[in-house]
Design a protein around this ligand. Structure first.
Ligand code: OGA
Ligand code: NI
Length: 356
């Protein structure tokens, strides 16, 4: 390590990944135990969600598949989701265009304030966490669109229109999938619909992972789970890995999520783990890097309103199944994020668990 080259050397605007450094600084190097990977992707379930709108039997079949995936991995891929390929391609294109803008343009959005509705930053909390990650991101609120869109980047031209269209479509899809999830828990399709539809939050994480000169040493994102109810993700290249906790007799293993054009990924977040009282698991995932290409991902996080608390439904509680989680809101998660270092394995869900 060069003298004085710790995390604080790599604050946003000056990070190794933005500058395209030809080497990986020591503060980006993750413990080798974070890198093992059994690259078996066959087990990643792929679900045809168009069948949710089929006959009763068909819908029941899909809901069973979703329920099994949520119990096992907390993750599934979806096909026939109804979002046109052009909308997906356009959103990826304007995202890439944004990151290619001159630094001066991007600077306007730079912020380390996790409560800011629009912000550009790097790593997780750049310059603050012990380990840095080879990621650049723009996060913006997206629902209701008219409330936030005027705060989004105007450049590249078409960013607002194309990203806005994608956000709207993904949001509609999230309501469908959440309806299937609450139905699968025996709570009915509309259990959360008003709290997610009119009043819910949608946060779009637009992620960019530039080529990395030492892809085996660093990570794009460390193992973490999302606080959301669900996250719907679109990627242009493989790089996402999910943890299968039941493999190898319970010691678990990492699984590569393949890249297939048009396929979207659904992550179960911490708030669905709470909603299900622990039956469904929020998926632990991470992002690996490559030496050649820039990877772009659009992660759309869907949750209840900022201060609306997710709690275990009384319908799911009885003598054998006591309440296993404390209630919490999106805002509680942001407070957690300020005080904790996710790169050190701190997880929001662990703070919610009620010990027996
Ligand atoms: C995230 C995330 C995965 C990816 O933004 O929370 O996990 O593939 N992204 O970029
Ligand atoms: Ni994530």
């Amino acid at each position: 390590m060069e003298k004085g080259e710790d995390s604080s050397t790599f604050k946003m605007g000056n990070s190794a990944q933005e500058r395209g450094l030809p080497y990986v600084p020591d503060c980006y190097v993750v413990p080798p135990s974070w890198q093992p990977c059994d690259s078996n992707s066959e087990i990643v379930p792929t679900i045809d969600v168009s069948r949710l709108n089929g006959g009763d039997d068909e819908r029941r079949g899909v809901i069973r598949e979703i329920s099994l995936a949520c119990q096992h991995l907390g993750f599934f891929q979806i096909v026939n989701h109804g979002i046109n390929q052009n909308i997906l391609d356009d959103a990826l294109e304007v995202a890439k265009g944004f990151f290619e803008l001159p630094a001066k343009e991007k600077k306007k959005f730079m912020s380390n304030d996790v409560y800011a509705p629009v912000r550009y930053s790097t790593s997780l909390k750049d310059g603050l966490d012990k380990i840095q990650f080879w990621r650049i991101f723009l996060k913006h609120y997206a629902h209701p669109l008219h409330r936030w869109i005027h705060l989004w980047p105007e450049n590249p031209p078409g960013y607002r229109e194309k990203m806005g269209k994608f956000c709207e479509e993904v949001r509609k899809l999230s309501i469908e999938i959440m309806g299937a999830i609450t139905e699968s828990l025996g709570l009915g399709r509309d259990y959360l619909s008003s709290r997610m539809d009119e009043n819910g939050m949608q946060v779009m994480a637009v992620n960019c992972y530039p080529p990395c000169p030492g892809p085996d040493a660093a990570l794009g994102l460390p193992p973490h789970s999302d606080y959301s109810c669900i996250t719907i993700l679109l990627q242009n290249l493989a790089g996402l890995k999910i943890f299968d906790p039941m493999a190898h007799g319970g010691s678990g293993r990492w699984v590569v999520v393949p890249q297939v054009t048009g396929v979207l990924k659904v992550h179960i977040g911490d708030h669905v783990e709470v909603l299900s009282n622990g039956l469904y698991k929020s998926v632990v995932h991470k992002v690996t890097l490559n030496e050649e290409n820039t990877r772009i991902s659009l992660a759309s996080l869907h949750s209840l309103d900022m201060n609306d608390k997710m709690s275990v439904p009384c319908e799911l509680v009885n003598d054998e199944n006591p309440v296993r989680y404390k209630e919490s809101s999106f805002n509680d998660f942001l407070d957690f994020l300020v005080k904790n270092d996710i790169s050190q394995g701190d997880r929001f869900i662990d703070t919610l668990r009620i010990k027996d």
